[in-house]
Design a protein around this ligand. Structure first.
Ligand SMILES: NC(=O)c1ccc[n+]([C@@H]2O[C@H](COP(=O)([O-])OP(=O)(O)OC[C@H]3O[C@@H](n4cnc5c(N)ncnc54)[C@H](OP(=O)(O)O)[C@@H]3O)[C@@H](O)[C@H]2O)c1
Length: 231
């Protein structure tokens, strides 16, 4: 899909990867970039149109769809994080992750799909994770939410295939954003990841595997889980 001239909407565009995606879309000549966020006053990107959107609030989702009827590229980036484990974590924390990554993203996609079809050709980019496939106990709830989003992405891709709307999944490991600011690990530059993700949209890739860790885990999916845990 041609990024130049597209009308894009990025969820969670006030910080982190979402802000980089919005900035990169402007740089690549998108005709309009709706920077959607719960707190639009936090949006500092130049050349974007702030748009209020809480992806977990059905009224907010409907209002955003009504306000952006010209959309041709939907970027489902918004996401939350906690370290709830599946046996000991609070059920509310486990539900909060599924609510946002799976149901929130799905409700945004359902609201915007008719517009993307009407304005086709179009595209959707869903921000998943290496944890769609790698499932350590320490992030059990988050893994499940991203695995569910991966499955959602594949099914939605098939539903939209005949409507000239492509669907790309971004899978990535650690990124240097607020989400994992407490972790002392080597992190990817979210600006570079945003660029790789939009390259994938432009080439209509089904998946963007954005770093070595992600490519390694994807390649070892047929292996014993014990191997994945130690690799
Ligand atoms: N950082 C990593 O290592 C990493 C790795 C793989 C995948 N990811 C994924 O990358 C995406 C972006 O995360 P990030 O690293 O940029 O994290 P971040 O800096 O914490 O940003 C998260 C963004 O999502 C927004 N958000 C959360 N819940 C929302 C809701 N209900 N409605 C609207 N916006 C909401 C936040 O808005 P507020 O400011 O209002 O909270 C914020 O803009 C997420 O899907 C995340 O799961 C991150």
């Amino acid at each position: 899909m041609e990024i130049q001239g597209s009308v894009a909407l990025v969820t969670g565009a006030n910080r982190g990867l979402g802000q980089h995606l919005a900035d990169e879309l402007v740089r690549r000549g998108a005709a309009k970039v709706y920077a959607a966020a719960r707190h639009t006053e936090q949006i500092t990107s130049a050349g974007v149109m702030p748009l209020q959107l809480d992806i977990n609030n059905p009224h907010s989702v409907a209002a955003a769809a009504a306000a952006a009827p010209d959309i041709t590229l939907l970027v489902n980036n918004a996401g939350n994080y906690n370290e709830a484990t599946l046996l000991d974590g609070a059920m509310d924390d486990i539900r909060a992750l599924m609510e946002t990554h799976y149901f929130g993203t799905l409700s945004v996609t359902r609201a915007f799909a008719p517009l993307l079809i009407a304005n086709a050709p179009g595209a959707i980019l869903n921000v998943a994770s290496v944890l769609s496939w790698l499932h350590p106990a320490s992030t059990g709830a988050y893994n499940a939410a991203k695995a569910a989003l991966w499955a959602q992405t594949d099914s939605v891709r098939e539903e939209l295939a005949s409507h000239d709307v492509t669907v790309t999944a971004l899978h990535v490991g650690y990124m240097d954003t607020d989400m994992i600011s407490d972790l002392s690990v080597v992190k990817n530059d979210p600006g570079l990841i945003a660029a790789a993700a939009l390259d994938g949209v432009a080439t209509e890739a089904q998946e963007v595997l954005a770093d070595d860790l992600t490519r390694q885990i994807r390649a070892s999916l047929g292996c014993d889980q014990a191997y994945l845990a130690t690799s």
